[in-house]
Design a protein around this ligand. Structure first.
Ligand code: CDT
Length: 328
């Protein structure tokens, strides 16, 4: 038995221009709730330190630049603009996985996530590989929901790397450190990233997301035949479908955390924060569309059924038939 208490730290409405200090105060409140419940790992959303800015066509580079953290070589926990959050996590002894806009020293911009352990060390770093949306906006009108990730971000260049989290070894019985992996939002819809993590024996996948609930230009919904409520339900259905099925086929726990609510009162994002077990069952999920901690006790040994039987890769995979997966 390798038991661990984990949480999805869901974050509700954040408007364009919301002060950074207010956002950090909300995130710290979630960390404090986590520590009070003896949670060892809390997973936060994608681009957590701001509103989901790729929905806006932003011409002012000063504004755009304000959404990117200038991450130093020592890691995001040492970045002045967000240090207060990581310092508090360290004081409270909580590991965090969190998404943010990253700007490198040479000016490249990525949609990134870091796993920072309770000593303040970056144990794992990921840059989003599947960037949805367009380079050009659907519309420049204010109030329109664009998806300009292909405009603002460079596709991730770090690969899908699982890593050990020795900080959690003690908490889960002292036998073996958990094997952790990260994906970001749209990546969860692509089986390839999951499988690359699965092949490394991943036991906990951490995923933050911002999923627009109503965007007829983005999703296959026909606005004439689907109400906003039906579109929300459909987006939630697909979110759960890919999360549960990919956790199952890779025999891993999943902790997935939403940025949700209706930003600026006009841009709805789905909730759906949850913890999924390696058999694909939801073991805990959100109850609100606001800031909320979704907590579960998980036993990492539950990954063994799938890893040694149903999806024992060495026994059952037929790689000689999979060549097309790695060609254009
Ligand atoms: N942030 C992000 O990746 N959102 C996407 C929207 C889909 S656009 C077709 C998602 O997959 O949830």
């Amino acid at each position: 038995v390798r038991k661990l208490r984990v949480a999805a730290a869901q974050v509700g409405r954040i408007d364009r221009g919301a002060p950074r200090a207010d956002i950090i105060a909300r995130l710290v409140a979630l960390l404090e709730q986590a520590a009070a419940q003896r949670v060892k790992l809390a997973v936060f959303p994608e681009t957590t330190f701001s509103t989901f800015f790729p929905r806006y066509f932003i011409e002012d580079d000063a504004e755009l630049s304000s959404y990117f953290e200038k991450e130093p070589a020592e890691g995001i926990a040492h970045c002045e603009s967000v240090k207060a959050f990581f310092d508090r996590a360290k004081e409270l002894g909580v590991d965090v996985a969190i998404g943010y806009g990253e700007e490198t020293a040479d000016g490249q911009r990525f949609n990134s996530a870091s796993y920072v352990d309770s000593s303040g060390r970056t144990a794992g770093k990921y840059r989003k590989i599947h960037l949805p949306g367009t380079v050009e906006p659907f519309s420049k009108e204010p109030g329109v929901t664009n998806q300009l990730e292909k405009r603002y971000f460079t596709p991730g260049d770090l690969g899908f790397n699982a890593f050990r989290a020795p900080s959690l070894k003690q908490a889960c019985g002292g036998a073996k450190s958990p094997i952790v992996g990260q994906l970001i939002c749209n990546d969860r819809r692509w089986a390839e990233g999951w499988r690359v993590l699965g092949l490394q024996g991943v036991e906990i996948v951490c995923i933050g997301y911002n999923t627009t609930a109503w965007a007829p230009q983005l999703w296959g919904v026909d606005p004439a035949s689907m109400s906003r409520d039906e579109a929300y339900a459909d987006a939630m259905f697909h979110h759960k479908l890919v999360c549960q099925s990919n956790a199952y086929t890779n025999s891993t726990f999943l902790i997935t955390s939403a940025r949700c609510g209706v930003d600026d009162g006009v841009h709805p994002l789905i909730s759906g924060s949850m913890i999924v077990d390696p058999e694909g069952h939801i073991v805990a999920e959100n109850q609100t569309e606001d800031d909320e901690l979704v907590v579960a006790d998980i036993d990492l040994d539950a990954c063994q059924q799938g890893k040694t039987k149903t999806f024992a890769f060495a026994k059952h995979r037929r790689v000689e038939m999979y060549g097309r997966i790695c060609s254009q």
